[in-house]
Design a binder for this molecule. Structure first.
Ligand code: ZN
Length: 451
């Protein structure tokens, strides 16, 4: 048998360890994996020359089509992600207008015309009637992940509706009935944020740290604790998005020790930037906010000791006004640089194993959101979603796309040099294949379509 594509001579890294060798791909799936002499020949053979071969990044957290047109974001941002070694992105997406069933059909069809890599959805609970619809949405769309927002006060600049505790509790009570059901929560106490923001605005401060100090760590810690309590009461798996506080991973570890199913995510910006960095101003506004070195140290502890489970970029391309701090839209972009940032700062600088990085970046998010064993792992039968990494390549971050990048001009060591999505090379020689537009498929399928 001749395979379509063969990689050999590499350092193959999975979530459980690594070995020397490679793998073969046919019809978009991995058909053989192991030592070089055990692999079949292929139409295209790539000698990795000792470079790293890993599962493509499964980014569980992004927002596309929020400020720019959805179709345009799906085209430009998934191509950017492909250049960063990302092979699946999951969108937190909201339909404040009504039901998610027609919404899914529309967003899936438009996404599949534009995306260069695979994508999927988490649906935001934005109305009370989104809650009783959960079981039917899961059956008719395959989406079993629902998000409750918090910390967005009334009149916020992006029109997000924050959940009450009753909405979270109600959503959890429905999601727990689904196999693989999970509720994600943005943990910040909305009422306290509203009060403290008003007080901070009255001081007239416009610096980035004023925003941070108007949403202190206890606002997030309190909400994490409360959400863990609701997960315990309902038995529903809880996914805590974009944790910015060092106490977060400890709270998650304590809850897990009591048998509560809690997954904790953080983002590169909370690990690498603070609100007190001199080169950052109001355009670096993010929700929750950038914090300080002490919180960062706590997050790195969680990254290295296993109490943080996943990394998400929270990538959202916004047109920032550069004006008033309080009306600025919160969010930054990092699809293209998340992997090099982690190769540099986690692997090279902090000694994190590549295998642990694969857990954070690929295996754990795929498993949490029902994509395993097709995604997030290297095994016979899995989708050939791959990234080849050159650990020694040094390059400087030079953002050319949409949104605010917090790493402009940073020189990083360790970059993706090739990305493969379901067996198709979508990025190599520094270029994303322009013909890959429309190759991406939606990973959430209705029951009627599942084989
Ligand atoms: Zn987000």
């Amino acid at each position: 048998m001749q395979a379509d594509l063969l990689f050999r001579g590499g350092r193959v890294v999975t979530h459980t360890g690594e070995f020397r060798g490679g793998l073969a791909v046919s019809d978009g799936r991995i058909v053989a994996i192991g030592a070089d002499d055990a692999l079949p020949s292929a139409r295209r053979e790539i000698d990795l020359d000792g470079r790293v071969l890993m599962p493509g990044v499964v980014d569980p957290h992004c927002h596309l089509g929020v400020n720019y047109d959805y179709d345009e974001d799906m085209r430009t941002e998934t191509a950017g992600a492909a250049s960063g070694g990302v092979t699946t992105v999951l969108l937190f997406i909201r339909n404040p207008e009504g039901s998610y069933i027609p919404f899914y059909k529309d967003r899936r069809a438009r996404g599949e015309q534009q995306a260069s890599i695979d994508f999927g959805f988490h649906f935001g609970i934005q109305r009370e009637d989104h809650i009783p619809e959960i079981a039917q949405v899961a059956a008719e769309t395959g989406v079993r992940s629902f998000k409750c927002h918090m910390g967005y006060e009334r009149g916020n600049p992006i029109g997000i509706v924050s959940s009450t505790d009753a909405w979270v509790y109600g959503a959890m009570r429905e999601a727990v009935k689904l196999p693989g059901g999970v509720v994600s929560v943005h943990c910040e106490n909305t009422d306290m944020v509203e009060l403290l923001k008003k007080e901070m605005m009255a001081t007239g401060r416009q610096d980035l740290a004023a925003y941070t100090e108007s949403r202190p760590t206890f606002v997030e810690e309190e909400a994490i604790g409360r959400m863990i309590k609701l997960a315990e009461l309902t038995g529903c798996p809880l996914y805590i998005v974009h944790t910015s506080v060092g106490r977060g991973p400890e709270l998650a570890a304590e809850a897990r020790a009591r048998g509560i199913d809690v997954t904790m995510e953080t983002c590169p910006h909370y690990l690498l930037r603070t609100a007190y960095d001199e080169d950052l101003g109001p355009t670096a506004k993010i929700s929750p906010p950038l914090r300080d070195l002490e919180q960062q140290a706590g997050l790195w502890r969680g990254m290295l000791n296993g109490s943080i489970d996943t990394l998400g970029t929270d990538h959202v391309p916004f047109i920032k006004t550069g004006g008033d701090l309080w009306s600025e839209k919160p969010g930054v972009v990092s699809f293209n640089w998340e992997l090099p940032l982690m190769l540099h700062h986690a692997v090279h600088e902090r000694g994190m194993s590549l295998s642990r990085l694969v857990q954070l970046n690929s295996y754990n998010p795929a498993k949490r959101f029902g994509l395993a064993p097709r995604k997030g792992t290297l095994a016979v039968g899995a989708d050939a979603d791959l990234v080849v990494v050159d650990l020694d390549e040094e390059r400087t971050v030079t953002p050319t796309g949409k949104g605010t990048c917090l790493y402009d001009g940073w020189t990083l060591r360790g970059w993706p040099v090739m990305t493969v999505s379901r067996g198709r090379v979508v990025f190599e020689n520094g270029e994303v294949d322009p013909d890959a537009v429309g190759h991406g498929q939606c990973v959430n399928r209705p029951e009627s379509e599942r084989s």
